[in-house]
Design a protein around this ligand. Structure first.
Ligand code: IMP
Length: 424
């Protein structure tokens, strides 16, 4: 029996989907605990490539029960599309998929608000995915949100949508100078979708408490990454939820005392989408090569990702923040043909060298990265099926990451496929 958390250790897109897919074959339950359809997990198997935004990546491996936890914000229309996509490739969701009745619903007005707020920020835009995530969490915290359980009660749903639309129309008309929206239209589109989702909605907290009591193995799957955490990330250039380990308990109802391991997922280099500080970003040919080798384009929005070297100051911060006792190092193969590979070990702040990650707003914009250089391995990591078979220079690189962060690289991913993975 074990309960483990999978957490992005950077700014998202670390390859969590592949690692969850891998670990879920030994899990009885896989639970998404925050975020929404802003995430995009690409899974490749049997010549199939599937991108999941909401349903836990564990759905394709083994027979784990997959849960969308209370901490997630669910776009019902996106979910129905995804359910159809999963079923189309022959995977049944019956008795294997449940949605928390306490998870909040994203409605069309959340997406409208996401986009108008971004527009009004001008040059200071966050660069959101436009999926309505921030406004949905605003509704939740303002205690006017609609929850998945409300989809099961039409009278309540109607009243809640009408009240929200009345309020939002005031803002659209008087603050944003945008067209108003119609509550009846929203309800007309929502009702058939709600009835398709209804069979999956239940009290998932109790389900998980029973699973713990029965000694089941549970995997809690985070989306985005630690540096996008609304409290601990590069605020305000963050998402609106808590991808960090604490968020896993809040967003699932699994108590902290039940957690055994926190596994951080990090690329062997780094990427970021959207705006915000990124000390090791490369604007040169090396950055372009990382993007090309790593096919670094967003799974949700298709945006080119910003690319750079691995930032160990930020990674150590993520390890400490989440208690990551293990790391999964992904996309090692992307570095295969580099002559030289760098990692950032310190920041220069006003000429002073430090290895402390600054949390103050704006501080990360003003740091200069200090790098340590490693010779490239100039060989294919894909060829290695055990750690020992990896090129020597690759092993030196991994050992340095372990030494610096104090965390053990228990999984090394050497390619996108399921089999291209070394588990130590
Ligand atoms: P939001 O989550 O759509 O509000 O976007 C807020 C910030 O988080 C933006 O910088 C997005 O690009 C970033 N973001 C959201 N989801 C992901 C993800 O799954 N991977 C990487 N970045 C993300």
């Amino acid at each position: 029996m074990s309960t483990n958390i999978i957490i992005g250790a950077q700014w998202g897109d670390e390859g969590k989907g592949k690692i969850v897919d891998l670990l879920s074959k030994d899990s009885d339950f896989v639970v998404r605990y925050q975020g929404g359809a802003n995430a995009g997990h690409t899974i490749k198997f049997d010549d199939k490539e599937v991108v999941l935004h909401l349903i836990p990546s564990g759905i394709f491996n083994g027979d784990a029960v997959c849960i969308i936890g209370n901490g997630v914000v669910v776009d019902p229309a996106a979910l129905v599309d995804e359910i159809k996509g999963v079923e189309k490739i022959g995977t049944s969701l019956k008795d294997r998929f449940f949605i928390s009745s306490s998870a909040h619903v994203i409605l069309p007005y959340h997406k409208i608000l996401d986009n108008v707020r971004e527009k009004s920020r001008g040059d200071d835009a966050i660069g959101t995915t436009g999926r309505g995530i921030g406004p949905a969490y605003v509704s939740k915290v303002a205690r006017v949100g609609i929850r998945m359980g409300d989809l099961l009660d039409d009278a309540r749903l109607t009243e809640l949508v009408q009240t929200n639309v009345n309020e939002i129309n005031k803002a659209l008309k008087h603050v944003h100078n945008e067209p108003e929206i119609d509550a009846d239209d929203i309800l007309f589109n929502l009702r058939p979708i709600a009835s398709q989702i209804a069979p999956y909605i239940c009290n998932t907290t109790t389900l998980l408490h029973k699973a713990l009591a029965d000694g089941k193995d549970i995997l809690l799957e985070g989306a985005q990454g630690s540096l996008l955490d609304v409290d601990h990330g590069t605020y305000p250039f963050v998402t609106s939820s808590s991808p960090t380990a604490g968020g896993a308990c809040v967003g699932s109802g699994v108590p902290p005392t039940a957690i055994d391991h926190a596994i951080g997922i990090t690329k062997a280099y780094s990427t970021r989408v959207g705006n915000g500080p990124y000390p090791t970003e490369l604007h040169d040919e090396t950055g372009k090569k990382l993007r090309k080798n790593g096919a670094e384009f967003g799974a949700t929005t298709g945006r080119p990702r910003r690319c750079g070297w691995l930032d160990l100051v930020a990674l150590k911060y993520a390890v400490d923040l989440n208690g990551m006792d293990q790391l999964a190092l992904t996309k090692m193969d992307v570095l295969d043909d580099f002559d030289e590979i760098k990692v950032c070990t310190h920041y220069l702040v006003n000429g002073e060298k430090t290895d402390v990650y600054p949390v103050e707003t704006g501080a990360l914009e003003n740091v200069e990265p200090v790098y340590k250089s490693f010779p490239g391995w100039k060989a294919s990591c894909l060829e290695a099926s055990t750690y020992d078979e990896l090129p020597d220079n690759a092993k030196t690189y991994i050992s340095f990451i372990e030494e610096y962060t104090g965390s053990y690289c228990s999984i090394i991913s050497t390619g996108p496929g399921r089999t291209q993975t070394i588990v130590r």
